[in-house]
Design a protein around this ligand. Structure first.
Ligand code: COA
Length: 226
């Protein structure tokens, strides 16, 4: 595959179809192998291997390195990053899809969730969301409440993942918009962060948080040419 190019200010988001992406364990590191082995169910193991193999293959096209030769470090609260260079990435997976978001020189976070029923929306909102988000959510009529819940969830997670603070960041300390058309960080956030909805696949909800205003966000499909 020809090398991928990423202009500063642009973001590439690869949508990985885990059902068709090859689950090739040979490119994984010993620690990734060990993590894969810890999954109890074969389906979860396959998805983990496919998403991490895709992450390595995608990063390889930008860095010119062999997928197996890429070296990662773990930032203080668990965010993985490349050991060298200024290519930033973030991975998210849910159901049969994974997202790999990349930017040159700008930190970013991405989150995808399969929209599923039987989620205790109100209980989760009251526990994790800011009070004004919960109020907005509960004002939606029933059929619109579920997608609004997942918009809120993925927008909050994308921002937390961009910061890299993991569970050390209180999810109720900042407020995101819930409306479909405009993903926004409404309060509790310092510049330069911006939030963006990603229209990835029916039945899924996804969001991206980036340091700065990206000039262009491109959605790309992995594996390519299928
Ligand atoms: C780990 C966490 C960063 C994201 O978890 P998640 O949404 O379950 O999982 P995602 O698939 O979106 O992301 C996982 C990937 O993010 C990356 N990641 C791990 N720690 C990270 C961190 N601190 N910051 C950013 N990215 C991180 C890894 O690549 C990880 O992939 P891997 O586990 O296959 O190695 C963390 O924020 C978390 O556990 N959040 C759940 C909080 C919650 O309870 N939310 C309730 C509703 S809002």
């Amino acid at each position: 595959m020809p090398p991928s190019r990423l202009k500063p200010g642009n973001v590439h988001v690869w949508v990985v179809d885990l059902a068709t992406a090859p689950a090739t364990p040979d490119v994984l590191s010993p620690s990734e192998h060990a993590r894969a082995e810890r999954f109890r169910f074969a389906q979860d193991r396959r998805r983990f291997i496919a998403s991490h193999a895709a992450l390595r293959e995608i990063l390889a096209t930008y860095t010119g390195r062999h997928p197996a030769a890429l070296e990662f470090m773990t930032l203080p609260h668990g965010k993985p990053a490349l050991l060298s260079g200024d290519l930033h990435f973030n991975l998210s997976h849910s159901g049969e899809l994974a997202l790999v978001a990349l930017a040159a020189g700008s930190e970013l976070g991405v989150d995808i969730e399969r929209i599923r029923a039987q989620v205790e929306m109100e209980a989760i909102a009251r526990r994790f969301f800011a009070p004004s988000e919960t109020e907005t959510l509960l004002a939606y009529p029933e059929p619109e409440r579920e997608p609004a819940f997942f918009r809120c969830w993925t927008r909050k997670e994308a921002y937390v993942k961009a910061l890299g603070g993991g569970l050390t960041i209180s999810l109720s300390s900042f407020v995101v918009s819930l409306e479909p058309a405009r993903a926004e960080l409404l309060s509790g956030v310092e510049p330069p962060w911006t939030l963006h909805s990603l229209d990835v696949h029916p039945g899924y909800c996804a969001a991206l948080a980036v340091a700065g205003h990206p000039a262009e966000i491109s959605l790309l499909r992995w594996p390519p040419n299928r």
